[in-house]
Design a protein around this ligand. Structure first.
Ligand code: GLC
Length: 421
């Protein structure tokens, strides 16, 4: 039952923030541009998150209908957002603030579950060996760079930092490790679970925070799996066993603030993705990358606000809902919560929507946005002959009659009360 709150919440906010937000061109900028530590340093020296307002982030998540938030404590560049005693590459050193402490306090004040993201990868640590994702991989002397680097020392650092996070900040509900890449590539080794001493690390998580959910990116199975930037097409299983899963999604393809990236997803697409995930028993973790001053970018705030307006009216079709064992019509997907079946309409058909096999199973149908009753009829195979009226549906089909005008919401939802439940 460790994940009951997580299954119920269905919708969370991912927050990627760090000194790469000042670079403003993707959180992988150091890797993409092979930036040296010295050339990356100005983003640390000039880190000034005067508009990072944890309370505002927590409120925004709450108003968007989310149940939890996940903040990057450290990304691949190694910069730490908390008061780590094991390095001086922290927000406390850069600007005098423990952003993780501000964040956990703000989340708890809003009654939200507290999630942390922690990078296993660390391009700043001198013992972290160069590999095919490391910014130094193409240096002329790259072959010699691993001399003297000692992953055992890095492992001690990694475990020590995770211990700090799991002991100094009260209850942590969720931990997202990132990530493991055992493949060899371009003449370099990757990194597998043994590089992190993954089993020991997971055991420490269990010991320090027994109720905390841990993701699968240590490279060993844990509590949930994490499809990234794609939508599965069926409930996820491994070897036939259903998995708890959460798709993490960006607003524009970048996790960290990327000023010039205009690939913004529409609020409509995002609520469709959310409903789609819930229809397959999954969660959606939607990301924002606060800007170089720590503020939620206006374009992202607008999107979250629109999603929040939709969630205000349609929350019951998402929170506490999951997969429904009925075949949806071609216009959308179903979610189900107890005796309620919700049809999320991705497209708005003319006049009728036909629901296979629901003929005798529904006692009431209404639009969820305004609670307005919708007439229903059960198709009668006797009338099929003429094709003059919408009677050509298979026996047992429930036809819901719709207004011509689509309700003015991002995605209309029809709520069907199932009989006898
Ligand atoms: C990735 C990326 C990364 C991002 C993460 C979110 O694996 O390395 O930058 O933080 O996924 O899921």
């Amino acid at each position: 039952m460790r994940q009951q709150w997580f299954d119920d919440a269905r919708f969370g906010l991912f927050v990627h923030f760090g000194i790469y937000s000042v670079a403003a061109r993707h959180e992988w900028v150091q890797n993409y541009e092979r930036i040296t530590d010295a050339d990356y340093r100005p983003y640390f020296d000039h880190f000034d998150p005067d508009r990072f307002d944890a309370a505002q982030i927590a409120r925004t998540a709450k108003e968007a209908g989310m149940g939890y938030v996940v903040l990057t404590t450290k990304h691949h560049d190694g910069f730490c957002l908390w008061d780590s005693k094991l390095t001086d590459f922290t927000s406390v050193d850069a600007c005098g603030r423990d952003l993780v402490r501000e964040y956990v306090g703000a989340l708890r004040a809003e009654g939200l579950k507290v999630g942390l993201y922690h990078s296993l990868i660390d391009w700043h640590h001198p013992d972290f060996t160069v590999d095919w994702v490391h910014p130094r991989r193409d240096d002329p002397n790259a072959g010699e760079l691993n001399t003297g680097r000692d992953m055992a020392r890095y492992r001690a650092y990694l475990h020590g930092q995770v211990r700090e996070l799991l002991t100094e900040y009260g209850q942590i509900d969720y931990l997202f490790f990132d990530f493991t890449y055992p493949e060899h590539k371009d003449g370099w080794a990757g990194k597998g679970p043994e590089d992190w001493a993954a089993s020991e690390l997971l055991a420490m998580c269990r010991e320090l925070q027994p109720d905390m959910l841990v993701n699968d990116r240590l490279g060993i199975p844990a509590d949930f799996v994490t499809p990234e930037q794609y939508q599965p097409t069926a409930p996820l299983t491994v070897g036939g066993v259903p998995q708890v899963w959460e798709a993490c999604q960006t607003l524009n393809g970048s996790w960290g603030y990327h000023r010039d990236n205009m690939d913004q997803k529409s609020p409509t697409l995002l609520v469709q993705m959310l409903a789609d995930s819930v229809s397959m028993d999954g969660n959606m973790l939607l990301n924002i990358g606060p800007d170089g001053r720590g503020a939620i970018a206006p374009r992202d705030a607008r999107t979250l606000d629109e999603i929040g307006q939709w969630m205000l009216l349609h929350r019951d079709a998402i929170v506490g809902a999951g997969h429904a064992d009925f075949t949806p019509p071609r216009e959308g997907v179903y979610t189900r919560r107890g005796d309620r079946l919700y049809l999320h309409l991705f497209s708005w058909p003319l006049g009728f929507v036909h629901l296979p096999d629901l003929g005798d199973k529904v006692s009431f149908a209404r639009l969820l946005n305004d609670g307005s009753w919708l007439k229903t009829t059960v198709s009668d195979p006797e009338q099929q002959a003429s094709h003059m009226t919408p009677a050509g549906e298979a026996a047992g089909t429930l036809t819901v009659h719709l207004p011509v005008r689509r309700p003015d919401v991002l995605m209309p939802v029809i709520e069907l009360t199932l009989k006898g439940l």
